[in-house]
Write a protein that binds this ligand. Structure first.
Ligand code: AMP
Length: 195
């Protein structure tokens, strides 16, 4: 699939290891160089600010979506191509999903995981057929990857739904995987036959 816009979920903090900041810079720059628009939460703090700044500096297009209530706490970024201010978290997530052809999580905390898992469950339900990826910097997500495989082994997640989320340690590898992504045939969750 041709990727025009990719959504990045990431921490409102930078984390303790400088590798996380470096990875956010690298991802922002790579998106810009590949002519892919960055969609993200619109903040200037933490890895959010780092990925957005890197994409802007490299000449990319960046759209931020921020709830009015968080504009102060997350410091709404005023150097973007466009900053959209929305009514709340639900509107933010829906708008980010609507604008994006795929979703990448950089390292982050509860907000990052919540955003990733929600959009993944929307994919599982057949609301969209877009790819998702974890940027596995410094093995940040390796244990989560193992746990997700465990959910498949234990019969709680179907292998085809697990396969919607890919783990890569480089942005180029992840974006190449997205470009080759073949959406799964998706019956709706409640009327599917068992595998
Ligand atoms: P964190 O990973 O906790 O540093 O948060 C990263 C981003 O996720 C921040 O922009 C938070 O505003 C956002 N976030 C936190 N909780 C939620 C939520 N329930 N829905 C959507 N975004 C959230």
């Amino acid at each position: 699939m041709a990727l025009q816009s990719v959504c990045v979920f990431c921490g409102a903090s930078t984390g303790t290891n400088p590798l996380y900041r470096e990875a956010a810079e690298n991802l922002g720059r790579t998106l810009a160089e590949r002519g892919i628009r960055l969609i993200y939460g619109g903040g200037a703090v933490g890895l959010m600010g780092v990925v957005a700044d890197a994409a802007m500096v490299a000449g990319g297009e960046v759209i931020g979506i921020i709830p009015q209530s968080l504009k102060r706490a997350e410091v709404g970024h005023n150097g973007l191509t466009r900053l959209e201010v929305v009514d709340g978290m639900h509107a933010r997530k829906a708008r980010m999903a609507e604008l994006s052809d795929g979703f990448i999580a950089l390292p982050g905390g509860l907000g990052t995981l919540e955003e990733l898992f929600e959009v993944w469950t929307w994919g599982q339900l057949g609301y969209h057929a877009k790819p998702l990826g974890l940027l596995d910097v410094n093995n940040f997500y390796s244990k989560l990857g193992n746990f997700l495989d465990h959910l498949v082994d234990e019969g709680f997640v179907r292998a085809k739904h697990r396969a919607m989320l890919q783990l890569c340690d480089s942005p180029d590898a992840l974006l190449d995987a997205f470009s080759q992504w073949q959406p799964i045939e998706q019956a709706r969750w409640h009327d599917r036959e068992p595998d």
